[in-house]
Write a protein that binds this ligand. Structure first.
Ligand code: FAD
Length: 292
């Protein structure tokens, strides 16, 4: 057997799952799609004593539309999110991004909650949730709390989710008529983890001034990074080519701290971050303007 020995539970309700996590505290790991956890266990990078399999919890698989946000259950498969008409209509940046995540076979099993809780700094969805300012509902056997995307990603493969908690729901704000969005990434082959990726969400007022801009970058640090300096360059401005260039430069120089590895040098990652920030902002602003 490749993984270390573990005990296995398949709870039939959320309450039962949360009780098991409370009972085994730091020794238990939730199993969602298994697309990251099982390989990590097979390599013995993860050696949980107990697996709490969430796959029988149909109550955590849903996409519900609301006035200001779409609520997505943590166990909703990535492929379901990708194909959802509600997501496409209400928060299209998510739909645009989904095909970049791995391959269809992996998205058939992988869940939205698993990707976000895993918090791989090279993963697409964490950067997108930062750009959209999503909220995260965390439940334990003793209560429920909501964490903003700014506070959710705390380090390398580390989030605000405590060992006794589950990420049960993601609140994804809907895209307004005056908002635009875009996602782009560069990877060696389609489906590979990206060398760098950028997700942008912007808003213009009636005069064409930028009132909001959130830019999430992936593969440029130990976690998905929000480009605050780049946003500051854009807010209150008419987004001309020069302004977008200045914002992209700020993103690449002030907002990220990429490292070199076998896939790319830090210098190359900064260059990609600049180019992709420029491209995504240009597309995002054009999308608002094209709606008039
Ligand atoms: C070949 C390959 C290529 C891939 N390429 C990409 C890629 O390009 N981009 C990308 O983003 N991803 C990629 N992935 C990862 C894939 O998207 C995974 O599906 C995802 O990272 C984890 O989701 P999962 O549902 O499989 O979670 P699991 O593997 O089951 O769990 C991952 C971690 O999250 C925890 N967890 C899961 N659900 C919850 C929850 N609801 N609450 C609290 N903790 C939870 C688990 O305990 C575990 O620690 C790839 C995977 C493979 C195998």
């Amino acid at each position: 057997m490749k993984p270390a020995a573990f005990d296995y539970y398949r709870p039939q309700s959320l309450d039962e799952a949360l009780s098991l996590l409370a009972q085994y505290a730091g020794d238990a790991k939730p199993l969602a799609g298994g697309q990251s956890l099982i390989p990590a266990m097979n390599f013995r990078l993860a050696t949980p004593a107990v697996l709490v399999d969430l796959n029988a919890l149909s109550e955590l698989s849903y996409i519900n539309d609301g006035p200001d946000a779409v609520r997505v259950g943590g166990m909703t498969r990535q492929r379901t999110v990708e194909r959802s008409a509600t997501i496409a209509a209400r928060t299209p940046l998510v739909t645009e991004t989904m095909p970049f995540i791995a391959h269809p076979a992996i998205r058939n099993r992988g869940t939205i909650g698993g990707s976000l809780a895993h918090a791989d700094p090279a993963a697409e969805l964490p950067a997108v949730m930062l750009a959209l300012n999503a909220g995260f509902t965390l439940r334990s056997s003793t209560g429920t709390r909501t964490v903003s995307s700014d506070d959710f990603f705390v380090g390398l493969f580390t989030t605000a989710v405590q060992p006794v908690e589950l990420l049960t729901e993601i609140l994804i704000p809907t895209t307004s008529a005056r908002s635009g969005y875009a996602f782009q990434e560069i990877s060696r082959r389609h489906g590979d983890f990206a060398l760098v990726g950028v997700a942008a969400s912007v808003t213009l007022d009636e005069q064409g001034l930028c009132t909001a801009a959130r830019i999430g970058l992936l593969s440029v640090g130990d976690r998905p990074m929000l480009a605050r300096h780049a946003s500051a360059v854009l807010i209150g401005q008419t987004p001309s080519a020069d302004t977008i260039e200045a914002a992209a430069t700020a993103a690449a120089t002030d907002d990220i701290d990429p490292s070199s590895d076998i896939h790319a040098s830090a210098k190359y990652r900064r260059q990609l971050a600049k180019v992709l920030t420029k491209r995504t902002l240009t597309v995002a602003f054009d999308r608002v303007r094209s709606r008039g």
